[in-house]
Structure formats: C-alpha cells, structure tokens
Design a protein around this ligand. Sequence first.
Ligand SMILES: *[C@@H]1O[C@H](CO)[C@@H](O)[C@H](O)[C@H]1NC(C)=O
Ligand SMILES: *[C@@H]1O[C@H](CO)[C@@H](O)[C@H](O)[C@H]1NC(C)=O
Ligand SMILES: *[C@@H]1O[C@H](CO)[C@@H](O)[C@H](O)[C@H]1NC(C)=O
Length: 532
Amino acid sequence: MLYRTFVLCILVRNTWSSSWKSEVEEGSKVHFPPWFKFGSATASHQIEGAWNASGKTPHIWDVFAHTVPGAISDGSNGDVACDSYRLWREDVKMAADLGLDFYRFSISWPRILPSGFPNHINEEGVRYYRELMDGLLEVGIEPVVTIYHWELPQSLQDLGGWTNPLVVDWYADYARVLFTLYADRVKTWITLNEPMVFCEATYTLGSHAPGILSPGIGNFLCNRHALLAHAKAWRIYDQEFRHKYHGKLALTNNLLWFEPDEGHGDEVAELVRELGAGMYSHPIYSKEGGWPPVIEKIIAERSRRQGYPKSRLPPFTKEEIKFIRGTYDFYGFNYYTARLARWAKPGEVLGKWPHFGTDELNISLVVKPEWKKSPLDWFIIYPEGIRRQMKWLKRKYGNIEIFIMENGLANIDPRLDDTDRVDFYREHLRQVLLSIYEDGVNVTGYTAWSLMDNYEWIDGYHSKFGLYAVDFSDSERRRTPRASAFYYSSVVRTGSLVLPATYTSYTASSSKNALSYITIVINFMLALSLIK
Ligand SMILES: *[C@@H]1O[C@H](CO)[C@@H](O)[C@H](O)[C@H]1NC(C)=O
Ligand SMILES: *[C@@H]1O[C@H](CO)[C@@H](O)[C@H](O)[C@H]1NC(C)=O
Ligand SMILES: *[C@@H]1O[C@H](CO)[C@@H](O)[C@H](O)[C@H]1NC(C)=O
C-alpha cells in the first residue's frame, strides 16, 4: 500500500507539473521518432558476482578490492554484487517488463579466457552469455554487448596491462573470440567502455584498479594503446565478420561537458574539451586523424621544458593514424555531468575526479553555483550539457550517428519514490528531443544507466543508479521497481515524455495493482484538466 501511494504521489507530481502543460502545447516535440531506440545498461563486474566460480580467474577489480586497503570507499567488493550470474533470468524479466528495445551488458574477459589468452576458452562462461543473449532475444530485446568494461585479467595486468603495447593484440584476440562466438546474436558492439575513465582514473589519479599513479606517462600510454586496440578489433570485425553479420561497432566515451567560467572565453573550455573528448575521439572521428594537434603541441612543449628527450605523449606513426582513423559505425556517448573551465591560479592544486590531466593545460574545473547538486559531490546535474555536447560532436566530426550508451542519476538513497531520478530522466530526454528536432543531430538511441542498483566501482554499494532497487542484504538480491522504472517504461512504450491517459501496458505482475491505480489517477487528473 505504501508503495502504491508513493508511485501515485510521484506521478501526480510529474504529470501535474507546469512542464507537463507546456509539453502538451509543444505537441510533437514530446515524441521521439518511431525509429528511436531505448535501452538500459549494466556491466559484468557491477552485477554478476561469481567472481571465483565456473572457471573465471581474477581481474584487476577483484584484486584491487581484495588487496588494497581503502581502495573501495565502503570496503566492499564485487564478489556477489547483484548475483546476476545466477539470477540473470530476473534481469531479462526486468528488461522485458520495462519494454526495452535493447539491453546493454558487458562480457567479463577472464570468464571467457581464464589465462587472458585464447589458448583455453571457458565453456561455462561462454554458455552463461549465450543463455543471457538467447533469453533476451526470445522476448524481443536486442543484446548490445560491451567487450571491455574495465575487467582486465590480472595475469595481463601483471605484464603491464594497458601500458604494454602488446595489449593491443591481447585485446584484439579476445575480441575475435567474442565475434566468433556471438556475432550471429549480437549486432551492436561496444569495443571499450570509457577509455578516458579507465586511463585517467587509473594512471593520472591512481584511484581506479589497478591504482598505478603515473600522471602524464601511464595515462598517455593507456590512451594510445586503447585507441589501437579498439581500431584493431573494429578492423577484425570489418574484414572477417561484417559481410556475414552486418553489425555495428564503436567505443563509448564518457564526455564531461565543459563551459567557460565567468570572465573566460570559450578558448579555455575548448581546450579542455579537446583533452577530455578529443584525445579519445579525434584519432577515430576526425578527417585528419591523430591526436588533437593543440594537445599534442602543449604536451610536447611541456615535456621539453621538463627535461624529457621526447614528448610524454607518444606520437602515432603515419600508418597508425591511418589504421585508427574511420574505425567507427557510430559515436557511443555516455553523459553524466558538466563543469566550468578556467585558467588555474599559480600554484593551485587541482582536486580529484573530475579533474584528470587538466593540470597539463593549467586548467581548473569548477561548478556553477546555480547548477543542481546530487547527493554525490562529483555529480552536478546539468541536462543542457547532453544537448550541447552532441552539438559539439556534430560540429567537430560531422553529422555522425550518435548513440547515447549511458545516462542516469546516482543518489545514495535506496527509496523507491525516486522523484529526483524521474526528473533527471525527463529533463535529459527533453534535451535529447531538442537535439533531434532543433539541432538536427543524428542521435538514434538512449540507454538508461542503470537497470538496477549495483557495485559502483570505488564507491562500492554507496551510490545507487538503479531503475530497480536491489536489496543487498537479501540472499536472493530482491529487485524492486522504483518510480523511475514506471516512468521510463512509459517513455519506452509510448516514445513520449508525457504519461498517457491509459497507461496500463506495464506488465510486471508484482506491480499490476499499483498500475491500475495509476491509470485511474491519471484519468482523473486528465478529466480535471479538461474541466479547467
Ligand atoms: C570464492 O570466494 C568466496 C568469497 O567471496 C569464498 O568464500 C569461496 O570459498 C571461494 N570459492 C572458491 C571455490 O575458491
Ligand atoms: C601555467 O601556469 C604557470 C604558473 O601560473 C605558468 O608559469 C605557465 O607558463 C603556465 N603554462 C601554460 C601552458 O599556460
Ligand atoms: C542517421 O544515421 C543512420 C545510421 O548511420 C542513417 O541510416 C540515417 O540516414 C541518418 N539520419 C540522418 C538524418 O542523417
């Protein structure tokens, strides 16, 4: 009953707001085009658990959480997480209840290749993902697969991981195994999830697994090898698999949107955009390829002044530039937050995330006082950023297809009436509509992060991103839909930000009563608005 009441309250609040009226007045602007796809996402380490089961060997995040004191803020680990290795059928059911077009999940490298290499393919791991894919396909949901979502086998980390140039081949061999196994079922592949985060947070900040502090050296090696690895996998698919399976591949970048601080021109923001977005996009998406010239020049000059015989940012050869350039079928874009950029004051110590290598540019990042804050200090809510970032991508790289692979709100509150998350989704989706209709941006899909609360890396179980709440104290890891799940499922099913009058299509059996209740209330409210 309590649950029904809260769903009701939210929907009253959201439907009865002034914005609802203006949406209706704007007519078609609240509707996504019929070809637009909606999905939701997770990542293997964040949900699967079974860290030492069925032939899987440890990866860098297992080892990091188990052995580095204080590495994970709440001292937890991903040993069990949402137990999705066992409970994946529930995940499929949630995706089906939401009515998703696709479900994005990732494959754990050491679950498929326990040594890190293709000398031995772990049949139990192979079966797990095959069953998950088939389970999704059976209910009409497209599997969208991330090949690498940060789970480097520890055996390869011991050989230098992303700083060893051979990682390009290790990764490409792993990718070829996945194409061979699953290309018949999977038509959309993400080669790498957020290389900017796994390179910068690991080497510039030392905060992500494996926690190696090597600012200005390790991050650039990682960046370089990540791009080459991505390109090699894309070319393998292109040459060996595409003619038969006709799939699409890209990496996905987490782009923080930057605007100039008061009293600064756009130059400072543009420079940090080239560092945050350009270093992971320009080599692939620009016409000329290679590192963003402005960054390459600054790092070379700084390196020289610092006494290095060569730039700390290793240049690409002509062949490598050609090899990487054009290796995409769309632009994968993850969006969460934004910052203002300004020139750093002399001697200013730059903070932790989302500062990454910005000290290389003498740039400090700050928050605009008017921006809405979430309960997590790094997570400032700025919906316009998602639109402005896509407009920037279009201006820089042309009218490429953009696929939003992650967007969602973290809070720290397990409650089910997550009005803040409903607002977050509605406001960001409204900006996506403006991108489509006002900016002519070719954005074709949207992915809500995340399907359920899960293991949020260094933040453990503290941050909650889920459309579904997960009870981590329950051995069955019970999943319960939040208000945002109801709202998102309405958007997915109707393609509209406005809740329809006869909103009854949500089929979760546990929530049928709540939904018929909602329908009555919405009808009542519509009636009221007609009277007015
Ligand atoms: C797997 O790890 C758990 C701790 O998460 C431990 O209790 C269990 O004994 C381990 N199992 C094996 C087979 O090593
Ligand atoms: C960065 O700031 C320092 C101290 O303010 C200054 O000496 C240096 O020239 C600046 N570098 C760049 C690239 O602007
Ligand atoms: C958007 O991209 C898709 C996929 O590349 C393409 O089929 C479609 O024609 C593009 N739409 C526009 C308006 O450019």
